[in-house]
Design a protein around this ligand. Structure first.
Ligand code: ADP
Ligand code: ADP
Length: 233
């Protein structure tokens, strides 16, 4: 597991006179095992910030560091695969022709893990996510909520140090959203993986966050427990 430091993180898109700065020097310290929810209006830079932590987007200035028992790693120039992160997206993008098992196992196969280890990790994730009876199905034979659980399973089996969630619930209907929210809480209680979760949904933020980061126009406006954030005038 890892603690995260964001130090003066800046993002500019474009070059020269077309450059547009969308994240303006964000500083944040996130403790090992914390569940952080990043909220704010559409276009304020939440997704860009998350993608910079993931390594899917280069940072224009500043520093992102992961810290664990073996020390601190500046990850600015590392590829996503080198960062020990797993990301869950809004569009879960499962492979349609593969079974649930193979969808979860695929990344591990590519990474060269042996069969027994893959089986062990997938079975464990399937147990946590209650997918044990669905392992032979194809994605089209699953409900939206089940598909999103498979997408989470695919992320868990990587045993990441950090979990990144980019509005993972916004394609689900209200009932499934509530259910999957509980799944994510249970997952975090069980695995304790440091998590950053982006949403524009206040209820989601309230129910999931240990601390909330409130962003506006590329800056952090507030950071604190949901109680503290909502207590402010
Ligand atoms: P949010 O996730 O809070 O909705 P984003 O991080 O997606 O916000 O976007 C922040 C700002 O950056 C927006 O003004 C958006 O239009 C802009 N933006 C996002 N991605 C790109 C890109 N690839 N090229 C240029 N501008 C972008
Ligand atoms: P490897 O990890 O060996 O590169 P993968 O097929 O698992 O092989 O991953 C290919 C790329 O996609 C890598 O950059 C990896 O970090 C990224 N990737 C795959 N699954 C996820 C995920 N759930 N979250 C974040 N990145 C992922």
């Amino acid at each position: 597991m890892a603690a995260l430091s964001l130090r003066g993180v800046v993002k500019r898109y474009g070059h020269g006179k077309f450059a547009q700065q969308v994240v303006h020097g964000v500083d944040a310290e996130i403790a090992d095992g914390e569940f952080i929810v990043i909220v704010g209006p559409s276009g304020c830079g939440k997704s860009t910030l998350l993608r910079m932590v993931a390594g899917l987007e280069e940072i224009s200035a500043g520093q992102i560091a992961f810290r664990n028992a073996s020390g601190e790693r500046i990850v600015n120039n590392l590829e996503p695969a080198e960062r020990d992160i797993a990301m869950v997206f809004q569009n879960y993008a499962l492979y349609p022709h593969m079974s649930v098992f193979d969808n979860m196992a695929y990344g591990l196969k590519i990474a060269g893990l042996d069969k027994a280890e893959i089986r062990r990790r997938v079975d464990k994730a399937a147990a946590i996510l209650e997918l044990g009876t669905l392992l032979e199905r194809r994605p089209r034979q699953l409900s939206g909520g089940q598909r999103q659980r498979v997408a989470m399973g695919r992320a868990i089996v990587r045993q990441p140090q950090v979990f990144l969630f980019d509005e993972p619930l916004s394609n689900l209907d209200a009932k499934l959203r509530a259910q999957t929210r509980l799944e994510i809480r249970r997952l975090h209680a069980e695995l304790g993986i440091t998590s950053l979760f982006v949403t524009h949904d206040q209820v989601e933020a309230m129910t999931l966050a240990q601390r909330m980061v409130v962003m506006n126009a590329g800056r952090i406006e507030q950071i604190g427990t949901p109680e503290a954030v909502y207590a402010e005038p």
